[in-house]
Design a protein around this ligand. Structure first.
Ligand code: ADP
Length: 475
């Protein structure tokens, strides 16, 4: 170069390319250096021989030169797998054919059975793994900087373009060479972003949604278990409370029930005495005695019924006995239980019912207990009225399509309007010996079976309590 030429220089350090190959293939045992037959090719081969003298000592080294392109291709297919192949330039083969070197390299790399490295960036995408190179971009930048400095009148001197390691990610994959063994700072080309790099946002978002969903579902499951437990506990308590309520009712009714029981028992005794007298006569009237015995049987049956109703009232249960029954039937049996008490208190009990059955699904004894609570309250409320005006009416109807209603109305003093809701509160009572639990238990029972209960005052005086329950499906 004339002495007044200043420029940017490229240094081709073939040893650095070889070191890169060693890093990627630490187990390699063979080294092949490929070069063409042009003057420049031969210069390169000679320089590589000198530069790689130390490096090649660790390998069984072969310089492939003075070959035709076909011979290169053929030899390339025979490289042992544990070989490092360094391609220099092939501007011309031994048969005198001219090449753009990278075109020749492409042909060789197609059949090559070991990875090929090279000192030029233009070899990438032509089947080469990579190498230590000066990119034409960086060379151009260096020259341009020099020119700019010169134009700006700054002092300038020769510069070397920076070297970089480059690698073709597809070739790394082709030969199974791990990315982590590349020299630090290697620029990877044709690298497909990993699944994570491409979709990390969607993955994170999906995981976040799944995790949130998981937390919510777990929370709901825990909540559901707690609710189930609470429901079981509340049922158990309800059963206990209803049983206490039943016992209290039985206690309250015991005087009238005992009185009621006296009637058939008294009749049995009188009939037995009459039969004894008849039998003592000379010609006992056997027809009459037969009739007396039939009466005794009937009275015994009546007494038995009274006792079994009382027993039913006192029966303790550990589970709700769900069954389908006719609400009319339970109303009738409640009236029979109350019959004696009503008589004692001078209350006239009557009932209105539709001709059809009103099936509901619940525990029969529980619904009967509701009726007993409402009816005994009604009778209590009428105590202060004139005896001729004490009337208790139990009425059952089918309201709308799928509900049955039971109303219990009395001719008592009624309930102050502002107390209509609070009478259902536990411990609300206006009676000196009251517990204030009857109505709250009645409400708990009815709500357990999906129904509703509320109180009203009748326009003509007295209170009316209404209970609605869902009609059982078969009805
Ligand atoms: P208790 O009968 O022990 O007082 P309840 O819960 O059965 O408890 O009733 C609560 C209160 O509601 C009664 O004390 C009474 O004041 C009122 N009550 C209930 N039924 C009637 C009714 N038919 N007429 C007027 N008041 C009533």
């Amino acid at each position: 170069m004339p002495s007044d030429v200043i420029g940017a220089f490229t240094e081709f350090d073939i040893v650095k390319t070889a070191e890169m190959a060693r890093g990627l293939q630490p187990e390699a045992r063979y080294l092949f250096v490929v070069g063409g037959s042009s003057e420049f090719d031969r210069w390169w081969l000679a320089k590589a021989r000198a530069d790689l003298a130390a490096f090649s000592k660790d390998y069984e080294t072969t310089y492939l030169e003075d070959l035709t392109i076909d011979e290169f291709v053929k030899r390339a297919a025979e490289f042992p797998r544990d070989s490092i192949v360094i391609a220099l330039t092939i501007f011309k083969d031994s048969a005198g054919r001219n090449f753009i070197p990278r075109e020749a390299i492409r042909q060789i790399s197609r059949t090559a059975s070991a990875p090929i490295y090279g000192p030029y960036p233009t070899y990438v995408d032509y089947g080469v793994v990579g190498g230590n190179v000066v990119t034409f971009e960086s060379l151009g930048m260096t020259v341009a900087d020099l020119a700019l400095d010169a134009l700006a009148g700054k002092p300038i001197s020769n510069l070397e373009s920076p070297q970089t390691y480059i690698a073709d990610a597809r070739q790394l994959q082709r030969w199974g060479l791990p990315e982590k063994n590349l020299p630090p700072g290697t620029v990877q080309m044709f690298r497909e972003p990993t699944f994570w790099e491409q979709y990390w946002f969607a993955v994170v978002a999906a995981l976040a949604v799944i995790t949130t969903q998981g937390i919510v579902i777990t929370g709901l499951l825990i909540e559901r278990r707690r609710r189930r437990k609470a429901e079981i506990e509340s049922r158990r308590r309800l059963l206990e409370v209803v049983h206490l309520n039943q016992s209290a009712t039985a206690g309250a009714l015991s005087a009238s029930i005992a009185h009621e029981l006296n009637q058939p028992l008294g009749a049995i005794r009188s009939n037995a005495e009459a039969a004894a007298i008849i039998l003592r006569s000379e010609r006992p009237d056997l027809k009459l005695i037969e009739q007396i015995l039939i009466d005794i049987q009937d009275d015994d049956q009546r007494a038995g019924d009274i006792i079994s109703r009382m027993r039913g009232l006192l029966k303790k249960r550990s589970e709700i006995d769900w069954q389908e029954f006719d609400l009319n039937e339970v109303t009738t049996s409640a009236i029979l239980i109350l019959h004696g008490e009503a008589e004692r208190k001078g209350v006239v009990v009557s009932s209105n019912r539709p001709p059809r059955a009103l099936p509901v699904r619940a525990d029969k004894i529980h619904v009967q207990q509701v009726i007993l609570n409402l009816a005994t309250n009604a009778m209590d409320a009428m105590l202060e009225m004139v005896a001729t005006e004490r009337r208790l009416v139990l009425e059952t109807t089918l309201t709308r399509e799928s509900q049955v209603e039971l109303s219990i109305s009395d001719t008592g003093r009624g309930i102050p309007d502002e107390q209509l809701a609070s009478v259902f509160e536990p411990f609300y009572t206006t009676k000196p010996t009251g517990t204030g639990l009857g109505l709250s238990i009645a409400r708990a029972i009815i709500e357990t079976y999906g129904g509703k209960i509320w109180a009203d005052n009748r326009p003509e005086g007295g209170a009316v309590f209404r209970v609605v329950l869902p009609l059982a499906r078969s009805g």
